[in-house]
Design a protein around this ligand. Sequence first.
Ligand code: AKG
Ligand code: FE2
Length: 314
Amino acid sequence: MAGNLVLPLIDLAFPDRASTAKSIRQACADHGFFYLVNHGIEESFFQQMFQESRKFFSLPHDEKMKLKSKRDNLGYNPLPSKTLDSSSKFIGGLREDIYLTSAKVKYSQFNASQWPPEELLPCSWRATMESYYEKMMAVGKNLFSLIALALGLDDLFFEKIGALHETLAYIRLLRYPGKTPDTSSGSLGAPAHSDFGMATLLLTDGVPGLQICMDKDKHPQLWEDVPHVNGALIINVGDLLERWTNCLFRSTMHRVLVTEQERYSIAFFIDGDPDCTVVCLESCCSEENPARFPPIRGVDYLQEHLTAIYASGL
Ligand SMILES: O=C(O)CCC(=O)C(=O)O
Ligand SMILES: [Fe+2]
C-alpha cells in the first residue's frame, strides 16, 4: 500500500539559520527524511556523476567482479545471480552497487576503496568521485552545524567533539536494472532497512521506487512513495544520530521497489569519526527521559556494521 507523502523541504538559501534549524528539528523528529535545496552543488555536477556511474556499471561483468567487495574491503556488489536464489526473493535486493571512500579517511580498515583501473576508466573518473566526496562533506558539515543548532548546541558542536573531524563517509553508486521477465514477484530493489550511520545524503535520477515506512510496528505496514524533487538531495537520519538524540530524531525505515525502468541513485553516508564516542546528548535526556542506549565508541559500532557490509554486500 502506498500513501501520498509530503516531506519537508529545507532551503539552505534561507538567511535565518535559527529558523532553518528549527525546521530541521521538526523534519528529523517527524519524518527522519527531508529534501535539501540550495545546498550549493550544481545540477550539472549531479548529471556528471550519473554519467560516470553509468560508465562504471557498463563495464564488462568480469572487470567489475575484479573489484568485488571482500571480507576486508569495500567494492563492487553484483546483481544477485538467478541460480543463487531460486526461491521468491533476492535477499540483498535486485541491484548492483559499488562503495567508494576517500584515502583521507583514517584507519586502513575503513578506507579500503577499490578503484577501477585507468585502462578501463580514465583518472578523471576517480577525480570526479573524489570531488563529489569533498562537496558532499562540505554540505554535510553545514547540515550538521544546523543540526547542532536544532539540538540547542553550539553550531560547531559535532566538529568540536571530533564527530566530523576525520569522519568516515562513503559514496555508494547504485544501479537498479528494473523489471526483467524473470523478476520474481515480491523481489525488492533494496530491502527494508534503516541506515546505520549519522546521516545519508541521497541523490536519485527521478525514476520512482524509494518508499518510507513511518511506523514499522504497524500492521499492515504503510509504505509511502518519496516523490522526486529536481535538484534536491534527500536527507535521512541514520541510527547513530537517532542514538545521539535518544530517539528524538528518527532513523526511518525505507526500501526501493523493483522499478519499471532502470534506476540510478547515489548515496553518501556520513558515519562519524571512529575515535568519537557516541553518547546521548544532554539536551535529549532528563530524569523522566533517561538515555536509552549506553555510550559506544564509534570504532566498535562502525566495525560491527562495516564487517556485515563487507561480508554480505548489504
Ligand atoms: O536507491 C535509493 O534510493 C536508496 C538507497 C538506500 O537506501 C541506501 O543505499 O541505503
Ligand atoms: Fe538506505
